[in-house]
Design a protein around this ligand. Structure first.
Ligand SMILES: Nc1ncnc2c1ncn2[C@@H]1O[C@H](COP(=O)(O)OP(=O)(O)OP(=O)(O)O)[C@@H](O)[C@H]1O
Ligand SMILES: [Mg+2]
Length: 406
């Protein structure tokens, strides 16, 4: 994959986030000066270079690297037998050992009290530098260590910088991709460099129309943004605008709202009113679909967005994550998709050394495109043999991934 080929192996090759990078330099200086700096927590959105930065820091400073992430974690004894002894020793030839606990927010979800205690112990007594990474600094699962680390924030990388990197990659790869396509990929990336490089890879040699298919990664986050505005703004215009500006289909939105009203509105009255507005939205939507009268869609859209927003008179709660509409989960022809994507991701997790969430969000979309291209080029049999052999992905998995029968 291009993301592996172009992994930034020195800190200077990391694009964006110069402030964070200089903090990392200072951290390394302190380690060299034997000043025993406090552990740092690199946090920020996915695909911005957090893990790569930690790797590059180790490499560039001659530190050995001891890394653990959620998919490596087995049990408390791994921590006890590996982490603590390493943190107290010197590495080979007296080198420093950089201890990297990658994706500590994910990892912490798996830890029991015993394991947490070991991590606390590590922070307190490590003679070696320690770096944590996380996507969400405020995740409640890492409450236990927030006070003991120095923050290094990675932000979304600006599209201009991503564009430059993509240009550099196509020059080195000696391929041509239209300027507009590069710009569009960078624009849509939402600051996710990994996502942008993966999209570029999918677009190399592909038809421009394929750009339309690359949205898969964005769609879920897009719907969450719209749902937030609808449930939390309490504001007519904000809710309606977020809906009309997005590409979210009204029918789909109605399903999502239906599934999630009670996850955001704790008051019975609000739930009642929201459902009554949603039922109006749904009736207008059906009528519009049946009769092709466009104006009905407009009413459906207003009831589904502003109607829900104004139903909330009391409190909102953020305690639960949005869940996927169950009627789609159970009734559509792609029934069981999520469960099966999950199982594909689970099998790929040890191969790709990353967690399921990331595999579903970042890797499966590109795998889908790669498989489609491969079937066109080499045929079904050869493609299936290759993916089965190299990744343990079989015909029915491929059907789930492509959303159709082969
Ligand atoms: N700032 C960056 N500069 C250059 N390449 C980057 C940058 N960020 C990400 N990449 C590319 O994306 C890939 C993934 O980046 P990395 O694993 O460091 O992201 P991350 O922030 O750790 O993401 P996650 O939160 O999902 O773990 C890298 O191998 C590299 O190809
Ligand atoms: Mg990472």
């Amino acid at each position: 994959m291009l993301t592996d080929k172009y992994v930034p192996n020195t800190i200077n090759n990391i694009i964006g986030n110069s402030e964070a990078i200089s903090k990392l330099f200072e951290f390394a200086q302190a380690v060299h000066a034997n000043a025993k700096p406090r552990p740092i927590m690199i946090f920020g959105p996915t695909g911005t270079g957090k893990t790569s930065a930690a790797h590059a820091l180790a490499y560039g400073n001659g530190f050995e690297l001891l890394e653990l992430n959620a998919s490596d974690y087995r049990d408390v004894t791994t921590l006890e037998k590996v982490l603590l002894p390493a943190s107290r020793s010197k590495g080979l030839f007296n080198k420093n050992i950089l201890i990297l606990l990658d994706e500590i927010d994910e990892l912490s979800k798996k830890l029991d009290a015993g394991a947490e205690k070991i991590i606390r112990e590590l922070i307190k007594s490590s003679k070696q530098p320690v770096i944590f990474t996380a996507t969400d600094f405020w995740d409640k699962d890492i409450n236990y260590l927030r006070m003991s680390v120095d923050k290094v924030e990675f932000k979304k990388v600006p599209p201009k910088e991503i564009e430059k990197l993509l240009d550099k990659i196509i020059t080195e790869e000696k391929v041509s991709v239209k300027k507009e396509v590069i710009e569009e990929i960078a624009r849509r990336s939402d600051g996710d460099v990994r996502g942008a490089i993966n999209d570029l890879e999918a677009m190399i040699g592909a038809k421009d129309e394929l750009l339309e298919n690359l949205g898969m990664r964005d769609r879920k986050t897009e719907i969450f943004g719209v749902l937030d505005k609808i449930f939390l703004s309490g504001n007519f215009d904000m809710a309606r605008n977020s809906m009309t500006k997005s590409d979210v289909d009204i029918g789909m939105l109605i399903n999502w709202i239906d599934e999630n009203i009670t996850k955001r509105y704790p008051m019975k009255k609000d739930v009642e009113e929201a459902y009554s507005n949603l039922s109006l939205a749904s009736r207008f939507y059906e009528k519009a679909s049946r009769t092709n009268h466009y104006e009905y869609f407009r009413y459906a859209s207003v009831f589904a967005s502003s109607g829900i927003a104004l139903s909330n008179k009391g409190r909102t709660t953020m305690l639960k994550q949005y869940s996927f509409p169950s009627n789609i989960r159970y009734m559509s022809s792609t029934k069981g998709d999520r469960i099966n994507l999950n199982s594909i991701a689970e099998r790929l997790s040890p191969i790709l050394h990353t967690n399921k969430k990331k595999i579903i969000g970042s890797y499966l979309p590109i795998l889908k495109i790669a498989i489609e291209n491969s079937i066109k080029k080499y045929g079904k049999e050869e493609t299936l043999n290759t993916v089965a052999f190299s990744m343990g992905i079989f015909e029915d998995d491929v059907e789930i991934l492509l959303g159709k029968k082969l």
